[in-house]
Each structure stands twice: as C-alpha cells, then as structure tokens.
Design a protein around this ligand. Structure first.
Ligand code: GRF
Length: 201
C-alpha cells in the first residue's frame, strides 16, 4: 500500500473522488494526509470528517501550521510516496518540488498544453475555452515540474464542448472527467512505482 498526500485549496470534489475510489479497497493507495493553504476550505473539513490527518501550510510555523520545510520532513517520515494536487491553487516553492521530483502530480481542467500556464486555473480556463469556440475540452493529469502546467502528461481525456452554452457548463462537464481520470492516473503512477520497487528486489 502506497501512502499519498493530497493537496487542496477549495471545495474538494476531486479529493472526494479519490477517497471514494480508494477507501477500504485492498491494495489501494492510502490518503495519509490532506494538506491545504486554506484552513477553512470545505476539502479540509471533508478530510477531518473522514478521520484523515490534515496539515495547513503557512510561511511561519506555529502549533497549528507547518512550513514547506516542515511538511517535507513529515511526508518523508511517514513514507508518503506520491503527492496529488487536487485543486491546489498556490504555487509550490521550487525547493519543495525538487525534493519530491517525479512524485507530484496535478489535475488540470483543460487539454494541456493548451489553456495552461500562469493565471490559467478554475473558471479562467473554461472562459478561455468557451471564448475561443473550442470543439473539445477535457482534463489532464501530469507530473509537476518547476514550470506551470508543463510536466509530462500521465493521462488526458477529452469531451465535446461545442454544444455547451457557457463556461459554467463546460466546467461541470470537465469536472466529471476529472473525477474519473484522477483516480485512474494515481493508480497508474502507483503501479509503476510498485513495479520499479519489484524490479529492484
Ligand atoms: C478543479 O477543476 C481542478 O482541476 C482545478 O480546481 C478545481 C478544484 O475542484 N485546479 P475541487 O476542489 O476538486 O472540487
């Protein structure tokens, strides 16, 4: 069983999708920590409700909050092997990304490399897709490197959006795809990790 940390900033529907997919399944990855930059977000409340350990990030630590440096130590000490950004809307410091190279993945609500990069998050993405009159949109899960929405793509699925009437409708349709491909992508990465371990034994 591989330990995960899920980073969130908002509503937490992707966190729920992961939880529902993995909870009490044999050999499924385990969500060991839910980490947020927003102490009051619904995603953290959901984690607490389910008895998952939560951590809140801050520039300065106190007895309720941790810095990225402290977080890195906690994750290492608890053998967290994969970090999943599931609607985490804050840029992660380069040093932290370097420490977890190849171990951080992100869900993006568009077909990367289109509609990615700085400022392209949440409804901004769906507005841009709508205004461009795109035939398709979709979701992408990719590895995280030090450039926004740039790392290697793990999984992508597209849907027809040309008949949808607003960015909000696109957002709803894409979210359904996110909930489907994020758990699939986590499984794929975790399986690859287990194979590597197996091959080295
Ligand atoms: C998702 O659309 C995700 O792709 C984006 O932010 C949204 C988060 O939704 N980065 P939720 O918090 O998982 O419900």
């Amino acid at each position: 069983m591989i330990n995960l940390a899920v980073f969130v900033s908002g509503r937490g529907s992707n966190l729920r999708a992961l939880f529902n997919e993995f909870y009490s399944k044999e050999n499924a990855p385990q969500i060991k920590f839910v980490v947020s930059n927003k102490p009051d977000c619904p995603a953290l409340a959901f984690a607490c409700e389910k008895g998952i350990q939560t951590l809140v990030l801050s520039k300065k630590s106190n007895n309720q909050k941790v810095t990225y440096e402290e977080l890195a130590v906690i994750l290492h000490n608890n053998d967290v092997r994969l970090i999943v950004l599931a609607g985490f809307l804050k840029k992660i410091p380069e040093e932290f990304i370097d420490k977890f190279k190849g171990k951080i993945i992100n869900i993006h609500p568009a077909l990367l490399p289109k509609y990615g990069g700085k400022g392209m998050y949440g409804m901004n993405v769906h507005k841009a897709v709508f205004e461009s009159g795109e035939k398709y949109s979709g979701a992408t899960v990719h590895f995280v490197d030090n450039i926004y929405d740039h790392g290697e793509i793990i999984l992508q699925e597209k849907i027809l959006v040309e008949n949808l009437d607003s960015p909000e409708e696109i957002s709803e349709a894409v979210l359904r795809i996110e909930h489907k491909i994020l758990p699939q992508a986590v499984f794929a990465v975790v399986n690859q990790m287990s194979e590597k371990v197996g091959n080295n034994e």
